[in-house]
Design a protein around this ligand. Structure first.
Ligand code: MSP
Length: 513
C-alpha cells in the first residue's frame, strides 16, 4: 500500500493581507509536507481562505466593496504568499467555491438527519473578530468595554433565532475519544486544556445566524446562514470531494494525518470539529497540533493589534530560506516565540553562511583543486570516517519517529550538530596535509562530500531552494532527493564531475556598537 500523508493549515481569513503568523503556520506545514515527500509518501497539502461570516462582511463594507470582490482580491494575496513561501501545497481552497458549499450543505443535512440540529433562540456574547461565542465567565470588562478574556477581542450581545448543534450530547463520547486516542491533541499542554474545557460541561452550539447574509444558506431555511466555523472546518473534507466517498482523494487521504493550527483555534478543531464528525459518522483526523504564537513584544501579532511584521518585507531584505530556517529553528515548536531581525541575522551568519554555506564552498573548492574536480575514485574508509557517516544511518528511524511526533526542535538540533561535526571533521582531518597519501586525501574529500549531500537532503524540508542549490555540486535533482538514501554512505558516483556553486548565503554585516 502506498504511504499517504494529508496535512492542512488553517484556512485564513482574507480580512486583511497576510502577516508573519500566517506565514509561520504555512511554513511549518510545508516543512512536514516536504519531509514526507522525500520519505516517499503521497502527500496532500491543503491551505486556503475562510471567506464567509460577519467578520469578512464587515471588512468588505469598510473597504466599500462587495464581499465576493473583496474576498477575491485578498484571497489572491494569500495564494501569492503560498508561492512566495515556496509551499508545496497541492490545493488551495476557498470557502466561496461551489465544491465547498455543496459539501457544507451535505454535512448540515447529515447532522440534521441524525437529529443533531434543532431550531431555537440564541442570546449571548459573540466576538466578530474571533467568530466565536463566549460564556459569561469567559468575558471581562476593560475600560467599560466587554472583551473575551482569552483573545482580548471585543464581544457584542446577540439575540436571534438560531439552529443549534447538540454539542452537549457529545461531551462523553469526546472525552472517551481523547482517552482512547491519547495522541489526538498535541502538544500535551493543549490536550489538558481541551479536556478540562470539555469536562467543565458543553452547551449546545449555535450553528446558524439570521441577522446577516454573507454565508452558506441553511439548506431548508434560506433565512439562516451556516455558522462560519461549521462552514470553515468542513474545508478539510470538501477539498477531498466528500461526500463522494468513492473518490480517490477521499479514499486515499481521509482521515487527515494532521491539522496544523495555532493554539488560538484549538477549541474549534479539538472539540467542535470532532463532535461534528462523530455526529456525521465520519472518521476523525489523526491529530490536531496547536502551535504557539509569533509574538511581537509580549503580544500575539495580529491586525487588530497593529503589531504586524510583514513576511514579504523580511523576504525582500533577507531572502526566503533564511526566514524559513529562522522560524523553524528559533521559535521552539509548540511554544510562543519572539522574533527579531537581530536573531535572524545571527542565524544567517552562523548557521547558514558559516556552518552550511562555508562547508559546501570549502570542500568543493578543495576537491576541484586536488581531485581533478571529480568525486574521488578510490576511497578507503577508516573508523573515524565510518563513525561520522554511520550516524546518519543509525539515526534515520529515530528522525522519522521524532517527525511523526512533530518534534521539530529535535530535527533542527540534529542538523545543527551534524553541521558542526562535519566542519570539525574536515578541519581535524586536514586533507591539505595529505597530499602524499592520495587515498587518504580522497577518502576525506569523499566522506565530507557525502556528508554535505546527506545534510542537504535533510535540509530540503527546511530550506528547499538552498538545498537544491547545494545539490547542484553533484547534479542531484529534486526528484532524486530521497530520505532513505541518507543511510547510504556511497551514494555519490565516483568519477562524476563536481560543480562549483554560487555562494549560498551572504553574511550580514553587523554593527557591533
Ligand atoms: N479562519 C480561521 C481558521 C479556520 S480553519 C478551519 C482563522 N483564520 S486566521 O486568519 O485568523 O488565522 C489563524 C491562524 O493563523 C492561527 O491559528 C495560526 O495558525 C496563524 N496565526 C495567526 N496569527 C498568528 C501569530 N501571531 N502567530 C502564529 N500563528 C498565528 O482563525
Amino acid at each position: 500500500m502506498d504511504k499517504t500523508f494529508y496535512i492542512t493549515t488553517p484556512i485564513y481569513y482574507p480580512s486583511a493581507k497576510p502577516h508573519m503568523g500566517h506565514a509561520y503556520s504555512s511554513i511549518i506545514a510545508d516543512f512536514f509536507a516536504r519531509f514526507k515527500i522525500i520519505d516517499d509518501y503521497q502527500v496532500h497539502f491543503l491551505t486556503g481562505t475562510d471567506e464567509h461570516g460577519l467578520k469578512i462582511q464587515r471588512s468588505a463594507e469598510k473597504a466599500g466593496k462587495e464581499p465576493q470582490i473583496f474576498c477575491d482580491q485578498i484571497s489572491q494575496t494569500f495564494r501569492d504568499l503560498s508561492d512566495t513561501l515556496n509551499l508545496s501545497n497541492t490545493d488551495f481552497i476557498r470557502t466561496t467555491e461551489t465544491r465547498h458549499k455543496n459539501t457544507v450543505q451535505h454535512l448540515w443535512n447529515e447532522l440534521e438527519k441524525n437529529d443533531d440540529i434543532y431550531l431555537s433562540n440564541y442570546s449571548g456574547w459573540y466576538s466578530v473578530s474571533d467568530e466565536a461565542f463566549y460564556n459569561e465567565d469567559e468575558i471581562e470588562e476593560v475600560e467599560g468595554k466587554k472583551i473575551a478574556i482569552s483573545s482580548k477581542s471585543p464581544v457584542e450581545w446577540i439575540e436571534e433565532e438560531s439552529y443549534f448543534f447538540r454539542l452537549s450530547k457529545w461531551e462523553k463520547p469526546l472525552l472517551d475519544y481523547y482517552e482512547a486516542n491519547p495522541d489526538f491533541i498535541a502538544p500535551q499542554s493543549r490536550k489538558n486544556e481541551v479536556i478540562s474545557f470539555v469536562k467543565s460541561g458543553l452547551k449546545d452550539l449555535s450553528v446558524s445566524r439570521k441577522s446577516f447574509s454573507w454565508g452558506i444558506p441553511v439548506p431548508n431555511n434560506k433565512k439562516h446562514v451556516i455558522y462560519v466555523w461549521l462552514d470553515a472546518l468542513t474545508n478539510y473534507l470538501s477539498a477531498l470531494k466528500y461526500p463522494n466517498k468513492d473518490d480517490d482523494l477521499f479514499k486515499k487521504f481521509w482521515p487527515a494525518s494532521i491539522h496544523l493550527i495555532g493554539k488560538d483555534i484549538l477549541r474549534f478543531h479539538a472539540v467542535y470539529w470532532p463532535a461534528f464528525l462523530l455526529a456525521a459518522k465520519i472518521d476523525l483526523p489523526n491529530r490536531v497540533y496547536g502551535h504557539g504564537w509569533i509574538l511581537s513584544g509580549e503580544e500575539k501579532m495580529s491586525k487588530s493589534k497593529g503589531n504586524i511584521l510583514d513576511p514579504l518585507e523580511i523576504i525582500k531584505e533577507y531572502g526566503l530560506d533564511p526566514l524559513r530556517y529562522y522560524l523553524i529553528k528559533e521559535v521552539s515548536f509548540g511554544n510562543d516565540g519572539n522574533i527579531s531581525k537581530e536573531r535572524l541575522e545571527d542565524c544567517i551568519n552562523s548557521d547558514l553562511a558559516n556552518n552550511f554555506g562555508n562547508l559546501c564552498q570549502r570542500v568543493t573548492a578543495f576537491a576541484i583543486k586536488n581531485c581533478n574536480g571529480k568525486i574521488p575514485l578510490e576511497v578507503k574508509f577508516n573508523d573515524e570516517d565510518l563513525l561520522i557517516l554511520n550516524k546518519y544511518k543509525d539515526n534515520l528511524d529515530n528522525i522519522r519517529l521524532k517527525i511523526d511526533n512533530q518534534n521539530i526542535n529535535f530535527y533542527i538540533d540534529y542538523i545543527v550538530n551534524s553541521l558542526f561535526e562535519a566542519n570539525k571533521y574536515f578541519n581535524d582531518q586536514e586533507p591539505w596535509k595529505k597530499k602524499d597519501d592520495i587515498i587518504r586525501l580522497n577518502t576525506i574529500v569523499y566522506t565530507t562530500l557525502e556528508i554535505v549531500r546527506k545534510i542537504s537532503f535533510l535540509l530540503y524540508p527546511i530550506i528547499p531552494e538552498s538545498s537544491l542549490k547545494a545539490l547542484k555540486i553533484f547534479d542531484i535533482e529534486e526528484k532524486n532527493i530521497k530520505l532513505s538514501s541518507v543511510s547510504n554512505n556511497e551514494y555519490l558516483t565516483k568519477g562524476n564531475k563536481i560543480n562549483k556553486i554560487e555562494i549560498l548565503f551572504k553574511k550580514i554585516e553587523k554593527n557591533n556598537d
